[in-house]
Design a protein around this ligand. Structure first.
Ligand code: GAR
Length: 190
């Protein structure tokens, strides 16, 4: 069995979508969902899906190796960031080489970097009058949103679109492609 650990800080709709996609999969399962926020809605979703969770503090992530040990002990094959807002520390990247991926709701390298997440990204797209946006799935390195790109897909931004409209279009593409990219990576097809 190939095992996924998902890190999420907020709502967790991507986490849920990924968990549902792999629910009855032959050789891939979502083993653990981790969050840095005790009140993140993703934890409620995990409970409903009967997936174990682990909540940690920033201090635990940056100043201990507890999370790394937990992931290694659980034999996690792939770490999937899904709306996770803290920078992944170097020691974790070293322990999981080419095995940590992230999704970003824009066409990187546009609109990436610290503080660029969720609605803030879509706000900028509207402010700049962009005619298209999209999603990016990429490997994680020690800088925000800079690891090599695995997949991108685009959608049009139409006149009159609101932040919510853009967020919805991004989410639709995320739900469609993130599980498939994960499946390909864990099957050695990417
Ligand atoms: C997603 O759109 C994801 O791309 C974005 O946060 C949202 C989380 O939604 N991630 C970032 O902006 C990372 N910089 P969700 O909690 O409903 O899955």
């Amino acid at each position: 069995m190939k095992k996924i650990a998902i890190f999420a800080s907020g709502s967790g709709s991507n986490a849920e979508n990924i968990a549902r996609y792999f629910k009855n999969h032959k050789y891939i399962k979502v083993d653990l969902i981790l969050s840095n926020r005790t009140n993140a809605y993703v934890l409620k979703r995990a409970e409903k899906l009967h997936i174990p969770t682990y909540v940690f503090t920033k201090d635990e992530l940056y100043n201990t190796h507890k999370i790394k040990d937990l992931l290694l002990n659980n034999k996690i094959d792939l770490i999937v960031l899904a709306g996770f807002l803290l920078l992944i520390p170097k020691y974790l990247i070293k322990a999981f080489p080419n095995s940590i991926i992230n999704i970003h709701p824009a066409l990187l390298p546009k609109y990436g970097g610290k503080g660029m997440y969720g609605e803030r990204v879509h706000q900028k797209i509207l402010e700049n009058g962009d005619k298209e946006s999209g999603i990016t799935i990429h490997y994680v390195n020690e800088n925000y949103d800079e690891g090599s790109i695995i997949h991108q897909s685009k959608f049009p931004v139409e006149a009159g679109d609101t932040i919510e409209d853009i967020a919805q279009k991004a989410h639709e593409l995320e739900y469609k492609y993130y599980p498939k990219v994960i499946e390909k990576l864990l099957s050695g097809d990417l």
